[in-house]
Design a binder for this molecule. Sequence first.
Ligand code: FMN
Length: 323
Amino acid sequence: MTASPPRIGGLDVESWGDPEDPIVLLIGAPERLSGDWRRSVRALVEAGRHVVLAAGFDDAEDGSTALRRLLTEIPSRPAIVCSDVVLHAVAPALAVTGPALASCLVIVAEGQGTVSPEVEKLLPDLPVQVITKDSGPDPVEADNAALLGFLERQAPREAMLYQAGSDPRTLRDALGCFATGVTVVTTLDEAGQPVGLTANSFSSVSLDPPLILFCLARSSTNVERFRQAQHFAINVLHIGQQPTSGVFARSHADRFQDVAWETWDTGAPILSGALASFECDAEQIVEAGDHLVIIGRVTRARFEPRRDPLLYFRGKYRRLHFS
Ligand SMILES: Cc1cc2nc3c(=O)[nH]c(=O)nc-3n(C[C@H](O)[C@H](O)[C@H](O)COP(=O)(O)O)c2cc1C
């Protein structure tokens, strides 16, 4: 996560995330973001916010004037997240007659954690949330959840729309909202050579009988090999196997060259150390648009209960947040 340095309101500010996303103005964070704030910035960016760090507003008078100028220069009304330590400068900047300069205010309690009546008087119509330090096992995670929940309610992002006939890219973006794991599906070709590709279209189908599926693009160079295969395997990747996912998604002379693999009963390649591997008999193939839905009957599975999965969401690899 690297910051880019735009200039807004005559001030140098640091920002993270996509400049097209709604702005969250972070005020009063340590100038070089320290651990807790950095996690909050990451959570905000991952929730689709453009985080702008505005420092140097500590002085009540000059700080308020500079902040008000900054707010009037920002094209849309930002959500403001500030520490209560700088509230004395932030509140007067927001106290305007006419349209509000911010969509909402989140006060992260580092000091007292209360909003004084004088400050409250300055913010009559602004939705305000005070976040006090949670005492649970992961206070930052809890604070971030409260922060994101409030922003979703008070400053919702504009939803995108797909309709029949729209650009397929928009549909892909819509489908990318569904977070998945990542697998490598494998089989042997007629010559007994291993073939495999990265796929996140894996799904469980039935427990009795034990069925799973994945979808294979008709454009895959391996489509005929999977059509003919009597058996295949699905290898669910763990967080350390992102490079493997990359190799099996790129055209590569021998994708199996640098990965350890073994075979069980059917010969379908099982990647050693995968989070889970499912060996399957080919059960059914359904022709479905530009993909084949390939259904397999699980004959054997092995899984590692303690590792974290590699995740894929909105076109990027991700990791689990929760411990
Ligand atoms: C995270 C991720 C998930 C993917 N999921 C699928 C999938 O479910 N089905 C598919 O056909 N291709 C999927 N792909 C694309 C293939 O891995 C990629 O096109 C690969 O190069 C195909 O190789 P092939 O043409 O040699 O079979 C995915 C790629 C990535 C990076």
